[in-house]
Design a protein around this ligand. Structure first.
Ligand SMILES: Cc1ncc(COP(=O)(O)O)c(C=O)c1O
Length: 369
């Protein structure tokens, strides 16, 4: 019998815990504390503690977060920042908006930024590296930090997809000067609208970021520079605080789902799966997405669609350097090949073990029929 397994069931974000969310919204609204009140400062503290960073600032969304920390660091016209071409357009656009030039490079075997490609792309104009901790997995940060040190570059992270992911025990978002986290609804920690956070360790940089996100006002209310408005709403902050309490359980379930996919699909030569969860490797992954590459990807997608299974090709199948209308002209063969073959299977806490069996049976049927 055909099942119906959407790629992501947005209404369940709300419906599965509706009473609790209603009561949180009621409490915040009744108190009248809508903007920059205790719910926000509480959540910022909890977020910083969770990720092991000194400070966190709630912002309107992760894209704003990147623009703000780049503005705080200070980018001059023409400054180049190296990014992976396998990332969301926001990584590149934030550099552009901050006044710099995004330089996309190829991916490595783990489908994250290729560290050799970073080194090859460095020019006299390069000022920084902004790796994306994509799909809930942290890049090879030892190598990236070593390259940065050798060449006198700063490192910032796009950790929008990676809250809770670790590399050698250290949390995503805490390796460089600053990082962004996204709380977009479908993120591992999501709320009911746009929201984001910035993680930062340096006190002076924290104050710059804080000022920019609130019209130039510092934590003491004094205006110290030009700024803008990109604040996290109190209602969203309170919901995020509530969800952060059970966040590790959510991660554990996602790792369980990834292991089931690995067990059931790992033997199909036509697929290249993401690294399975491991307690002993350098990487602790949170599986924001389960993105694999597949032979006959488009036919597989159609076949799964007929079986009622929702899949997604990330960012419409376009790598950053393929947005030629934005001025990119690189040729990046590994990324291009990846985007011809990539597909994401459902990965969330709403799918049951039976759903996973059905998905895996269907994928197997496609290749063995
Ligand atoms: C890798 C990456 N960077 C940045 C963003 C932007 O996040 P936001 O939508 O919160 O601005 C996203 C969101 O999907 C993302 O996946």
């Amino acid at each position: 019998m055909t099942k119906h397994i959407p790629f992501f069931e947005y209404p369940r974000l709300w419906l599965d815990d509706r009473e609790e969310f209603l009561s949180i919204i009621d409490n915040i609204s009744t108190s009248g504390g809508f903007i920059l009140q205790k719910a926000v400062s509480d959540f910022e503290l909890e977020l910083a503690n969770y990720a092991g960073s000194k400070y966190a600032v709630g912002v309107g969304n992760a894209t704003d977060g990147m623009e703000i920390f780049l503005e705080a660091i200070g980018i001059n016209p023409g400054d180049e920042i190296i990014i992976s071409s396998h990332t969301m357009l926001a990584t590149a656009s934030s550099i552009k908006v901050a006044g710099g030039v995004p330089i996309p490079v190829d991916i490595g075997e783990d489908n994250l930024i290729n560290v050799q490609a970073i080194e090859d792309a460095i020019t006299p104009n390069t000022v920084g590296i902004m790796p994306t901790q994509l799909n809930g997995r942290v890049c090879d940060m030892d190598s990236i930090l070593a390259i940065a040190e050798r060449h006198g570059l700063f490192v910032v992270e796009d950790a929008a997809q990676a809250l809770g992911a670790k590399y050698k025990g250290q949390h995503a978002g805490t390796f460089g000067l600053a990082s962004d986290i996204s709380f977009f609804p479908a993120k591992v920690l999501g709320c009911f609208g746009d929201a984001g956070g910035v993680l930062v360790n340096d006190k002076a940089l924290y104050h710059q970021i804080f000022q920019i996100h609130d019209h130039g006002r510092d934590t003491d209310g004094e205006v110290r520079r030009w700024g803008r408005n990109s604040r996290l709403d109190n209602v969203q902050a309170a919901i995020l605080s509530y969800k952060l309490n059970t966040y590790d359980k959510v991660i554990a379930r996602r790792r369980e789902v990834a292991q089931m996919y690995q067990d059931r699909l790992g033997l199909l030569n036509e697929l290249q799966l993401p690294a399975p969860p491991s307690e002993t490797s350098d990487n602790f992954d949170v599986y924001q997405n389960y993105e694999l590459t597949a032979d006959n990807r488009d036919e597989l997608k159609d076949f799964l669609g007929q079986k009622g299974i929702g899949t997604l090709i990330q960012w419409g199948g376009t790598a950053i350097h393929q947005f030629t209308q934005l001025g990119f002209n690189q040729v990046l063969p590994d990324t291009e090949r990846f985007f011809e073959r990539c597909i994401m299977l459902p990965m969330n806490v709403f799918i049951s073990d039976t759903d996973i069996d059905y998905i895996c049976d269907s994928v197997t049927e496609f290749y063995r029929k």
